[in-house]
Design a protein around this ligand. Sequence first.
Ligand code: NAD
Length: 330
Amino acid sequence: MTDRPTVLVTGGAGYIGSHACRALAAAGYRPVVYDNLTTGHRSFVAGELVTGDLLDGATLARAFADHKVTAVMHFAAASLVGESMTAPQKYYVNNVQGTLSLLQAMRNAGCHRIVFSSTGAVYGNADSKALPEDFPCAPINPYGASKWMIERMLADYRAAYGFGAFCLRYFNASGADPAGGIGELRDNETHLIPRAMMALQGHVEFAVFGDDYDTPDGTAIRDYIHVTDLAAAHVAALKLLETGHAGGSFNLGTGAGFSVREILTAIKQETGREVPHTVKPRRAGDPTYLVADPSAARKVLDFVPRHSDLATVIRTAWAWHQKAHPLKSR
Ligand SMILES: NC(=O)c1ccc[n+]([C@@H]2O[C@H](COP(=O)([O-])OP(=O)(O)OC[C@H]3O[C@@H](n4cnc5c(N)ncnc54)[C@H](O)[C@@H]3O)[C@@H](O)[C@H]2O)c1
């Protein structure tokens, strides 16, 4: 029906995957979403959806057979750090075994290009400095460990089977498509910005987990990268794979860190309202400081964050939340 190259987007009904699908379509590709809709949303899928699980080899094989898939963007995963501490098996089965199943299907179909969602959580506990890719990977939670294992697998598939594989280590994905319609929406929201906004709306309680970290204001520091910038980097990685590039692991962040308290202040500046909150003890598995050195991605992927200043992140996230969860209270 179309000559546009088809990209199978696992997890394309989720937050980041749905933004990547919009970027793929805009760049002339045909995204076909493969998703089991556990945390994803049918309404986020603009094009074609194959409803299936990564572990369901037969449905995966059919997806490759039915569509002339030239490459895969692999977002599908369980991705809650806290949950991974208490339910590690879910993380190793869904993420590691699920990816093995996907890689098997790719090999069977003769598809050897993949862009994989890795994470800054592969680094574990870092010093208070921006992390380059050669900083030793020593994840401190099963979520990060599952992603690190997949990176190792992809390195082996690169060497043995000639795969082209980019592992994009995102730091904290944030914000929403300024065009509207998609954003962060989870039943059990644990990410800082969306949870703070839901608290502003009166839907949930908000806690700052730990104010005794070794940081200037005692709260943990993260690097927030706008989801639209992440989506653009995926398309850039895919285009490089098409030139025969073998891929590799790259950080996607801004290089600037903000503490939890600084985020709450930025939300107040944008919305005019204070996020009601309590302070609770640190959460197991949360590092103190996680900030990217994005210079390698800048060089190789031409990665320049264009939407990731804090004001744009907060503004687009707030616009989305007002649409997604109409205000309960002022
Ligand atoms: N959100 C972040 O800040 C962040 C940071 C670093 C890395 N990542 C990674 O980016 C990817 C996307 O994250 P997100 O925030 O969009 O999460 P999300 O939960 O919104 O999206 C994940 C999608 O994968 C689907 N899925 C999960 N397991 C599946 C399976 N076994 N088979 C088929 N579909 C399955 C879900 O239904 C969902 O649509 C994940 O791999 C995550 O680990 C996210």
